[in-house]
Structures are given as C-alpha cells and as structure tokens.
Design a protein around this ligand. Structure first.
Ligand code: NDP
Ligand code: 8X3
Length: 260
C-alpha cells in the first residue's frame, strides 16, 4: 500500500547512508522526494535508481544541490521551490558528520566548525525555513537524526557528542514550541550504523574506518530508515518523540561486543 502517496518529503544528506536509505523507503511508499546534499552526481544516481525500482517519475523526485551550512543558500533553496514542491509535509534533518576523534585540548578548529555548522546550524536553518509553512498549513513532521552520542559522551567524541546533545535539546524545544499545532517532531537516535560516517570521521582513512565495525554486526542505514518511516506513518494524534536504536552488539557508546 502506498502510505505516503504524493506527500512531499525533504531529506537532507540524501547522497549517502541513512539519508539515501530514507529516500528508498519513502519512495517505495509513494512519497514525492526532495533530495538534498552537496554531491549532485550522487543524488542523480540515487534518483535514477529510484525511478527504475519504483517507477517514480521526474515529477516525483526533485534534486537540490545544497550545503546546509550556507544559510542564504538554504533560504533561497526553500523559497524558490517550484509551487508543486513548496508544501513540504515531512522534513528529515539527516545531513551530518563527525570529524576526528581528537582530545578536546588537541582538537582541530576546522573539524569543530564543520561539525557545529553542519549538525547544529544546518539543521536549524532547514527547520527555520521549512517549519513556518507547516505551521500555516497546520500539518507536517520534522524528523531529526540525532545519535546515541547525544545521550552519552565518549573519549574523543567531545564536540561531535556536543552537537548531537544539541540536536536532542533542539528537538525537545521545537516540540514544545509547536505545541498547539498539529506539527509533529521526532528524534531518531541510532547507535553504530555502517555508512560512510567513519570514513568521513577519519578523513578518508578506510582502514581506520573499517576497524570501527570489526567483529560487530552494526545497524544498516535501512534499519534506521525503517524507524524513521515508522515515526512518519503513525496516526495523526500520535507523536513518536524519541527513538534510540542500537545493534544487539552495542550496549552504550563505549560498550561494544566484538565477536572476533
Ligand atoms: P554518511 O556519511 O553516509 O552520510 C552523511 C550525509 O550528510 C551525506 O549525504 C552528506 O552528503 C551529507 N552532508 C554532510 N555535510 C553536508 C552539508 N554541509 N550539506 C549537505 N549535506 C551534507 O553518514 P550517515 O548516513 O551515517 O549520517 C547521517 C546522519 O546520521 C548524520 O547526522 C550522523 O551524525 C547520524 N548518525 C550516524 C550514525 C552512524 O553510526 N553512522 C549513528 C548515529 C547518528 P554530501 O557529502 O553529498 O553533502
Ligand atoms: C554516531 C554514533 O557512537 O560513533 O553518531 O558517535 S557514534
């Protein structure tokens, strides 16, 4: 059944990992997708594969090459959406990254700024430009991708964990501020998911990135997308505020069972 037929879903960070998996699950439910990221060619490949797999048409997928850190670019991307795309039903604030695992007192300023600008400020910009339309239509849903790192800090996680703690607080604050409207707010907070996340964290060092998942069965991006989809498809009076999901092999950010 096409649960979300013609609903408009904007997904940031759709060129990879959890965002791309969300695009797949929402396409399969008949949604119209606005896919945003910096790597346009990756978005185009994803769009082509969705057209092939779900017989989506170009009327059902709209690509936005967008750096969420650029506030004026976000404003202009949202305000210049074609009329058929402007009434966004679901905003999935997924774009995000970690950089490095340095001790705070040895950290790289550029890494801190990239994480704060993307994970916190980018999420705020999208929210600020999209939610007023939801409020005026009295319908909509913001789904933020937080992390277990927003609840538990681990050595070297300092600034990344701080950004995800901020996402957690911002989700709660938005929910409070939208009380009295029909607009929903959810935070989906995964533990370890195997995506390009660790490769980005270690600046392209694949060997170091692979070590993160060694001996563990991590979550897949599709596992997380399933939960996002569940949040998006509850009855209109039900809001899923927060979901933490972890691999069976993980009990906390630092307590991981490695089988080999
Ligand atoms: P990936 O690296 O696979 O995907 C990250 C996505 O974010 C890419 O599509 C990337 O696109 C996009 N992105 C990064 N910076 C920007 C930017 N400035 N503007 C627009 N898009 C940007 O990692 P994940 O799928 O794992 O990460 C998705 C989210 O999940 C993140 O918020 C992450 O913090 C969170 N998370 C991940 C976990 C994990 O273990 N993997 C666990 C918990 C949460 P592009 O480079 O093309 O712009
Ligand atoms: C990503 C999960 O534990 O690497 O948010 O910070 S973790």
């Amino acid at each position: 059944m096409l649960f979300l037929q013609n609903q408009i879903v904007l997904i940031t960070g759709a060129s990879s990992g959890i965002g791309a998996a969300c695009a797949t699950v929402f396409a399969s439910a008949g949604a119209k997708l606005i896919l945003a990221a910096r790597r346009q060619e990756r978005l185009q490949e994803l769009a082509d594969s969705l057209v092939e797999k779900y017989h989506s048409t170009s009327e059902q997928i709209h690509l936005l090459q967008l750096d969420v850190r650029d506030r004026s670019a976000v404003e202009s991307a949202i305000s210049s959406l074609p009329p058929a795309w402007s009434e966004i039903d679901i905003l999935i604030n997924n774009a995000g990254l970690s950089r490095g695992l340095d001790k705070l007192h040895e950290g790289e300023f550029a890494d801190w700024e990239e994480m704060i600008d993307t994970n916190i400020k980018g999420l705020l910009y999208l929210t600020r430009y999209v939610v007023p339309g939801m409020v005026s239509r009295d319908r909509g849903h913001v789904i933020n991708i937080g992390s277990i790192a927003g609840y538990q800090t681990y050595p070297g996680g300092n600034v990344y964990c701080g950004t995800k703690a901020a996402v957690r607080a911002i989700s709660e604050g938005l929910k409070q501020d939208l009380l009295g409207t029909s607009v929903k707010v959810s935070s989906v907070d995964p533990g370890m998911v195997e995506t390009e996340f660790s490769e980005v964290r270690f600046h392209g060092n694949t060997e170091r990135a692979n070590q993160v998942y060694q001996g563990v069965t991590p979550l897949t991006a599709a596992d997380v997308a399933d939960v996002v989809f569940f949040c998006a498809t509850r009855p209109s009076h039900v809001n899923i505020n927060q979901v933490i999901l972890m691999p069976v092999d993980q009990a906390s950010t630092i307590l991981v069972n490695r089988r080999r």
